[in-house]
Ligand binder design. Sequence first.
Ligand code: NDP
Length: 492
Amino acid sequence: MTSLPAPQLLIDGRLRAATGDTSFPVINPATEEIIGYAPEAAGADADEAIAAARQAFDESDWPRRPGFRAHCLRQLKAALDRDFETLREITIAEAGVPRMWTDGPQLRMPVDGVDYVTGLLDHYEWETDLGTAAPMGMPTSRTAAREAAGVVAAITPWNFPTQINLAKVVPALAAGCTVVLKPAPDTPWAGAELGRLIAAETDIPSGVVNVLTSAGAAIGQQLTADPRVDMISFTGSTATGRLVMTAAAATLKKVFLELGGKSAAIVLDDYEVTAAASLTAFTTCIHAGQGCALTTRLVVPRAGYDEAVAACAKTMASVQVGDPLDQATVCGPVISAGQRERIESYLRSAIDDGGRFACGGGRVPGRETGFWVEPSVIAGLDNSARAAREEIFGPVLVVLAHDGDDSAIEIANDSPYGLSGAVFGTDPQRARAVARRLRTGSVSINGGVWYGPDVPFGGYKQSGIGREMGVAGFEEYLEIKSMAVPAGREPA
Ligand code: NDP
């Protein structure tokens, strides 16, 4: 990593070290090596970043120049394309993402998705004519204008670093907002690299984007409490989401939250259970199960339960676990020793609750350094067990039995979360009917892929508030202003 640009803060257009020149190590989760150091932003740095974003919003014409913003986003897209291999190297090294996934949802797809957001600016209706009416007998022409929400604090997690950084920063900029980005302590490099590209390779004015790397919760807390910040855009755990919302309440900030999940894949009794089970087991291993929308509960007809468990175990045993640099690796390390311990506590709880491992259940044999967990299938639990209810965020699949469509839907919806889900059924109408009854923000039917820059993504219930991506994801960063003038006196 020494040949890569070292992470720096971006504050008011300047790439620099933290006040006091403090830094923290960035660890490769596959090897436990220190791959570099990121600046540890001080409270004074955050204060300066917020002030710069506030000033750029209030005093520059950035919020009122959509054409210029589109030009800047095109420059950013070109810079991301040029820098793609560097971003790939960073993503693999600091997040342990298998190279395979950088060609898809971790990197290639989100980088390409910048074009979608930029394209919205070509035809977006910033002001809608609501026609005339005569409220209280006064003939009036009305319009609804959409304007930037203001200064956005974007707080992001470690599991999909560049994808989530872009999913927040790009639509916020397109909308005319200014941004303070705070990436997760485990993955500061991706955020810093985005800041470097913005500063070095785009005309985005000083102060419009600021990046603060930090290893402690203080900077995030400062962003959520500061009255100069208008909106928090947060992705992470539901527990932290609650803290963010509570802190933001004091100054009534607009809050967008993309939180945890414990999504269910339902197999209906008219579908080939082994095919659905194998696909679900495979997807649980993507990036070692560290995806909020992965379906980590498989809900199968009781009669096909044993067959499903066996199919999951067979698939997981064949998944390539190992070096994320190897193009064939599906399942890399988990992000940290702490995360591995958290997963292991769920594995222990599954046994305590009467479950059994059909495969896995421990650390990966032969891998003494790095943070490794075996792909694991848990059988013999019902939906009340901790491992079936809580987000594990590891390559762990729980297989549950259902007794018909109503029972399957009840199990799937019996969760505080509502992020995603899947239905497998031969009869498309029946499968769609089941999908409609799931209280979740997205559903895959028979393996369909809903992820894309134009597809809104987000959660029901405790999985979040609002939507990322698509037109809805862009409009999260807008306010609506209604205006009325006496009819016949409209401005030309
Ligand atoms: P967190 O939710 O704790 O952290 C996410 C981001 O929030 C980080 O940038 C973190 O940085 C910041 N943060 C933490 N506390 C606060 C606060 N009080 N105010 C403002 N920002 C804050 O995730 P973890 O990394 O601790 O992961 C824990 C669990 O969360 C995982 O095991 C997984 O279950 C779940 N998770 C879910 C994700 C999802 O996409 N839904 C993504 C990542 C994790 P800092 O700590 O420096 O403040």
